[in-house]
Design a protein around this ligand. Structure first.
Ligand SMILES: [Zn+2]
Length: 225
């Protein structure tokens, strides 16, 4: 028997950064409910499948979008996950930082795609804000984290420690993991402890094109898995 963590990143995108407020209602439906001509295949579908099989998934929920569109939409996501007794944890996409109605940081210089572009102090504030939003919208206090786009660095783990979040799952050897400043030159594929934080790296595999790919259930075949 192989123990695995099934993790899902839950996030909303509006297809560009223009006319956000106009596009949001449809974007929310698309990303959360996943409508298709043959039915809905979004979050409720995934929750239902896990429940059918008696499995628990870890849902890393991105809350910063709600600093623009309001807490209700975040609360709707959290209540779907809570109703299914699945686990809610924190995911952060810093692309939302400059779109917030109230400034999240003192100096916001345009759009920054990855958490590792921010200082330790800024990362600490953003993680704290993300955790606070999850609680405000009806979630419990989180104890695990994944950076958006896996764009973390060693400072992220220190910022998590300051926020009393002991588990991270941002290390992805096929994306930024090897440039994160954690164990330079060594590719990490097993859980490890870095200072005060336990890191659970994404599972990666050699995909036959001389590169690594992470084991994303909807993006690799049964044979590859
Ligand atoms: Zn994400």
């Amino acid at each position: 028997m192989l123990d695995v963590f099934l993790t899902v990143d839950v996030e909303v995108w509006c297809g560009g950064w223009r006319d956000l407020d106009k596009k949001f209602p449809n974007a929310f439906k698309k990303y959360v409910y996943g409508p298709t001509s043959r039915g809905n295949y979004g979050l409720p579908y995934q929750l239902c499948k896990l429940q059918e099989h008696g499995l628990t998934g870890v849902f890393f929920v991105e809350p910063l979008f709600s600093t623009r569109f309001g807490l209700n939409s975040l609360a709707e996501i959290l209540s779907l996950i809570k109703e299914s007794d699945q686990e809610i944890q924190l995911h952060l996409h810093t692309e939302w930082v400059d779109e917030s109605k109230k400034p999240l940081l003192d100096n916001i210089a345009g759009k920054k795609q990855h958490l590792h572009y921010f200082s330790l102090e800024e990362q600490t504030i953003l993680i704290q804000e993300g955790a606070r939003l999850i609680e405000l919208a009806g979630g419990r206090s989180v104890n695990a984290f994944r950076a958006g786009n896996f764009g973390f660095n060693s400072e992220t783990l220190r910022a998590l420690s300051t926020n009393h979040i002991p588990f991270d799952s941002s290390y992805n050897a096929s994306v930024f993991g090897q440039d994160s400043g954690i164990s330079p030159g060594i590719l990490l594929v097993e859980p490890f402890k870095y200072e005060e934080v336990y890191e659970y790296p994404m599972t990666v595999f050699q995909d036959g094109t001389h590169s690594l790919r992470h084991a994303q259930i909807t993006a690799c075949s049964y044979q590859e898995m």
